[in-house]
Design a protein around this ligand. Structure first.
Ligand code: IVH
Length: 675
């Protein structure tokens, strides 16, 4: 290799790795697989070893990860948080073991004791306890400085805020990996998809992204967990002399240690552990990307020390990535409930990680263009977190000639409405709204789902038939379906129809939060619906709430507030809500208003005119709930006249008799003040 070229290659690799570090550690959006990263990294490492004169101080081989994001306070790691070197097979492990023997002056026959652990695929944290109390937590960041995530770490249930047991050190820094369990990840993404929120590509990004939320209330809702695997600085106690004993001590203080950890002898012991874990890893509810073998004896660890970024006393044994190559047969566009149009790659079926993959979501056009995926391309695929099919990369050298870039459609594939993209949003949407068949089907699926109106047995096939025959245009029409109509549908027998009618009727008794959720307001998921129901206790008040007022609700930010206001300002939506209520949908929480001050106790109230927000019946119900009595005509005994638009003669009568008149706005203000 010509010297000048070497320098250029090192510079290029350096900047490329810096960029990928930033994407991985700061943005939580890696563009390449770990495997590809390792290859680039090793390439640079090799070159720097051969040509040390070209190695720069800021080389990615000299530190770990990228600079912490400026949104969080930065915390310095007094003892740097380092990385691990990798081996991929027995031979490489034997080399590691031999080097350790040499440095420790141990004869090869004397096998080293290794503490074998899983290599959790999450995000590393350092947590400090002072006299047993959690005081600080930081991410790894660039290994020297991390981000202060104390507020978020405190929300993770498996992390004790106070240590249990006795004899806590005055200062204890523990290190571990925060991860999102696979079950939690899958639920989280399903929910996010339903609510049209951001989905995470894999559990690792989900964990890292959740830890870096500015508002701990968001982190609290994420199913995060932790495994501790070591200590940093410890003061005021003499630690055991073996790594495995240190972990047992931590466990005694209530810090979660993985039960799979095992102490073994030499390379044979490590390989046995590896073979066992390869078989067992798919039964874990968390992702691991390999194993870590650590020399158990702390005095040996101290003697071996570190090389640039990694200890010489520990090694990661990585699993081969289960990636397969396949060919893209077509790229289709799917329309979601809120009109979001998602490109989906149909691939030649490939067997990966125990299942056959044939559809892979490409998330959005930015992602598709970034990866430059084309029909006919050979691609490598894997299952992110062993769950979700993911397109890792396009193998450009295998691209057939004559392929062309994939463009977003101009018209919705379902309804031919214009496709639009709101500035600043990654997604394109069909502008057809409820007129789009696909959106209508998706919306109705959401409406009847268990967490919404819970219409048992009302499946997709049924919805599709009813939408196709235009029998179901709006969700309230579900409540006018009769047995005969249902029996005339494909695969609906009399008994099924009877059950469905029963389920439809049962679903009318619901709760306010489920009803709000069922409306499918953009970004109002189940939790937000619960919070809204809890805060407003009344649908009508929610429907009238302003953006400012909504933002006072815990967890409702400006975007959600706007979505809610826009939704309830829309006449079509308002009439759907009204119709649903006239169909007999009712809920327990709002109408009884338990614990609310009865501001109209003993008062007689008359109503006149029409009201924009509610029907007469709803108004009457509210007044009664607040202790008032509604009568038909104004007399001296009337305490208030509630006056809407175009009031009748009752208004004049109230004026004549000096009866206090309350207008709609005022009424709701009064109402709002007590709930
Ligand atoms: S020990 C100096 N043990 O892997 C020792 N790390 O590549 C370094 N990791 O930043 C850490 N499971 O995020 C250790 N059982 C385990 C681990 C583990 C996962 C992660 C950790 C670390 C990275 C190093």
């Amino acid at each position: 290799m010509v010297e000048k070229n070497v320098k250029q290659i090192i510079t290029r690799l350096t900047s490329c790795l810096h960029n990928h570090n930033h994407l991985y550690y700061v943005m939580d959006e890696p563009e390449i697989s770990d495997h590809e990263y390792d290859n680039l990294f090793n390439e640079l490492l090799e070159l720097e070893k051969k040509y040390p004169e070209y190695q720069v101080d800021s080389s990615p081989t000299q530190n770990v990860g990228a600079k912490p994001s400026s949104a969080f306070r930065s915390i310095e790691h007094t003892l740097p948080m380092l990385s691990l070197s990798n081996v991929f097979n027995r031979e490489e492990l034997e080399n590691f073991d031999r080097r350790a023997h040499e440095k420790l002056n141990l004869p090869l026959e004397q096998s080293i004791h290794y503490a074998c652990e899983l290599k959790f695929d999450g995000t590393a944290v350092s947590i400090v306890y002072e006299d047993g109390i959690l005081v600080r937590a930081a991410t790894r960041g660039d290994g020297k400085k991390g981000e202060d995530v104390t507020h978020n770490i405190r929300t993770i249930k498996s992390i004790p805020l106070e240590l249990t047991g006795k004899n806590h050190p005055s200062y204890l820094e523990v290190r571990g990996e925060v991860y999102m369990p696979l079950s939690g990840f899958s639920d989280f993404n399903k929910n996010a998809e339903i609510n049209d929120e951001r989905v995470f590509v894999n559990p690792r990004n989900a964990a890292a992204g959740s830890l870096r939320q500015l508002d701990p209330n968001y982190t609290k809702k994420r199913p995060l967990d932790i495994f501790f695997y070591g200590v940093g600085i410890v003061k005021g106690i003499v630690l055991p002399t073996k790594h495995s004993d240190i972990l047992s001590l931590l466990s005694g203080w209530g810090l979660k240690i993985c039960k799979e950890n095992k102490l073994v002898n030499g390379v044979d012991g490590c390989m046995n552990f590896y073979n066992q874990m390869v078989k067992k890893r798919h039964t874990f509810d968390y992702d691991i990307d390999g194993l870590v073998y650590k020399i158990d004896q702390i005095s040996h660890q101290d003697k071996l020390g570190f090389v640039s970024r990694a200890p010489r006393w520990a090694i990661a044994h990585k699993f081969p990535a289960d990636e397969k190559t396949t060919v893209i047969e077509s790229i289709d566009f799917q329309v979601g409930r809120t009109g979001a149009i998602t490109p989906v790659a149909k691939v030649k079926p490939a067997f990966v990680g125990g299942v056959t993959i044939s559809n892979i979501t490409l998330h959005n056009m930015d992602e598709l263009q970034r990866k430059d995926v084309r029909v006919g391309d050979t691609v490598s695929v894997r299952r992110a977190g062993d769950v979700i099919p993911e397109l890792v990369k396009v193998i450009r050298s295998k691209r057939p000639s004559g392929t062309s870039e994939v463009m977003m459609l101009k018209l919705c594939p379902e309804c031919n409405s214009k496709v639009v993209r709101i500035t600043g949003e990654a997604v394109f949407r069909c502008s057809g709204g409820y007129n789009c068949r696909a959106q209508r089907i998706e919306y109705l699926k959401h409406f009847v789902s268990r967490k919404a109106m819970d219409v048992d047995g009302f499946g997709v096939k049924l919805i599709e038939q009813l939408v196709n025959s235009e029998r179901l245009l709006t969700p309230d029409q579900i409540y006018s379906l009769n047995k005969e109509e249902l029996c005339s549908l494909d695969r609906v027998a009399t008994k099924t129809a009877e059950n469905l009618i029963h389920a439809i009727s049962n679903s009318k008794n619901t709760t306010l939060d489920k009803f709000i959720f069922s409306l499918g307001i953009r970004e109002v998921g189940q939790t937000t619906a619960e919070v809204l129901a809890d805060y407003y206790k009344d649908l009508d008040i929610l429907m009238l709430a302003s953006e400012e007022n909504l933002q006072e609700v815990p967890e409702v930010g400006p975007i959600v507030a706007k979505n809610i206001v826009v939704f309830f300002e829309n006449d079509h939506n308002k009439s759907i809500v009204k119709n649903l209520i006239s169909c007999g949908i009712k809920w327990t929480s709002s109408m009884t208003l338990e614990g609310v001050e009865k501001i109209f106790e003993g008062k007689t109230i008359v109503i006149t005119g029409s009201f924009s927000a509610l029907s007469r019946e709803q108004l009457k119900a509210k007044i009664r709930n607040l202790g008032g009595k509604v009568t038909g005509s104004v007399s001296k005994k009337t305490d208030f006249l509630l006056s809407g638009q175009d009031p009748g003669s009752k208004n004049q009568k109230a004026l004549d008799l000096n009866v206090k008149i309350i207008y709609e706005r005022e009424f709701f203000e009064l109402f709002e003040a007590v709930i």
